[in-house]
Structure formats: C-alpha cells, structure tokens
Design a protein around this ligand. Structure first.
Ligand SMILES: C[S@@+](CC[C@H](N)C(=O)[O-])C[C@H]1O[C@@H](n2cnc3c(N)ncnc32)[C@H](O)[C@@H]1O
Length: 204
C-alpha cells in the first residue's frame, strides 16, 4: 500500500496500471446521486470546507448531479466558479436542473467530456482546487485523466482524490497515487475517512 512519505518523490519509471474491470456509473442512477439520504453519511461541507476559499476556481471531475458541485459553488461564493465535468449527459442534465433551482447556475460551468478527454484545454493553469470523488477509477485511462487534471491546476493548486474501499482495489488506489507522483504531484496528506481512500495532492 502506498505511504505518504514514499509518494512525495516523483517516480522515475512509469507506473503500470493494474488489471481492473471498468465500471461506469449508469445514467439512470442520476436521480439517486444527490439523494438527501446521502447527506446522513457524507457531508460535502465537512469534507471539502477546509480546502475552499471564496473566489476559487474549482474542478469537479465526474461531478454527476452535483452532490459535491453545488456545495462547492456555495462555498466558493459569487466570485467563484465550479467546472463540473462528466461524460454522462443525464448526469449533467440533473446538475443543471438542481443548480438552477438552487440559484447557483451562474457559478457553475457544466462540461460534457469524452471518455478519454476531460475537455479542459480552455482551463489550463486556472484551477485552485480539484476534486475527483468516487470517479477516478471510472476513467478508462487513469494516467491520462490525472495528466489533464494536473494541467488544469495552477501551480500550488490541490487535488483531492477520494475512492470507495472495496469497490476500488488497493492495487488501483496505489496506482492512482503512484501515477500522481509520477506526474509531479506530491501527497500533502492522506485523509482518514471511513471506508474510503483519500489523498490531498499538490502541484508544485
Ligand atoms: C460514482 S459517480 C460519482 C459522482 C460524484 N463525484 C459523487 O460522488 O456524487 C462517477 C461519475 O463519474 C462519471 N464518469 C465516468 N466515466 C467518466 C469519464 N471517462 N470522464 C468523466 N466522467 C466520468 C460518471 O458519469 C459518474 O457521474
């Protein structure tokens, strides 16, 4: 299992992806992604609040219907922006509906991406804080995704990766963190979350 100290060094050899079964969250699951029941187990404000400041540009990779994207838009305030990226049109439709209803749509940019293209080329070097929550393992090319996220971050920008334990194997998690190290991100902190892996990474 990757440890914090080991990952602060950039790896010289390219990490090999472990074999894994690719699973993509289906579009029909959209109405369940932001169910109020979920808030009983997960608080977006508690998890993300420590890293968000007003006016930030934030990236939410695999945003679904905005369980995290909407609270992020509230936290970054009227001068902030949340880039909400997803490959599934039904997820983004739900996001736009929920953000409009909540009066937050002006702070949200929904981005429909491709399987291997997060469609962030217009946003390179603009992001203060990025999150990939329960989503990085769904990307067919984890290294390609991390490379695009890294390019979108400002120098000193942070990326929080959270993955569900069990559903995501230890080998896949190690691969994600090793790949991030290979791309020059350093592990600022491993977060201690119940039943989840979580790491806060930093671009130099
Ligand atoms: C398990 S859901 C998590 C959603 C959200 N982060 C949350 O925790 O509520 C994973 C999301 O990643 C999206 N996704 C899957 N493959 C993707 C890809 N290649 N690029 C961008 N998003 C993708 C899915 O459509 C889905 O909305």
């Amino acid at each position: 299992m990757a440890t914090e100290g080991a990952m602060t060094q950039e790896l010289k050899t390219e990490p090999k992806p472990p074999s894994r079964q690719l699973h993509r969250c289906p579009g029909w699951a959209a109405p369940f992604m932001a169910s109020p029941l979920r808030r009983l187990f997960e608080s977006p404000e508690k998890l993300l609040g420590p890293w968000v400041e007003p006016g930030m540009t934030i990236l939410d990779v695999g945003c679904a219907t905005g369980f995290f994207g909407l609270p992020l838009a509230r936290m970054t305030g009227e001068n902030g922006l949340v880039l909400c990226v997803d490959v599934e049109p039904r997820m983004l439709k739900g996001l736009v509906r929920r953000a409009t209803k909540a009066g937050l749509i002006d702070r949200i940019e929904p981005i429909l991406c491709g399987q291997d293209d997060l469609a962030l080329s217009d946003h390179e070097g603009t992001v203060d804080f990025a999150v990939a929550i329960h989503s990085l393992h769904e990307l067919p090319d984890i290294e390609g995704g991390l490379r695009q996220i890294t390019a979108a971050l400002k120098p000193g920008g942070r990326l929080l990766v959270v993955e569900p334990r069990g559903h995501v194997s230890g080998a896949t998690w190690d691969h994600e963190i090793e790949t991030a190290g290979h791309l020059g991100l350093s592990v600022g902190r491993m977060l201690d979350l119940r039943r989840r892996y979580a790491a806060l990474l930093k671009k130099p």
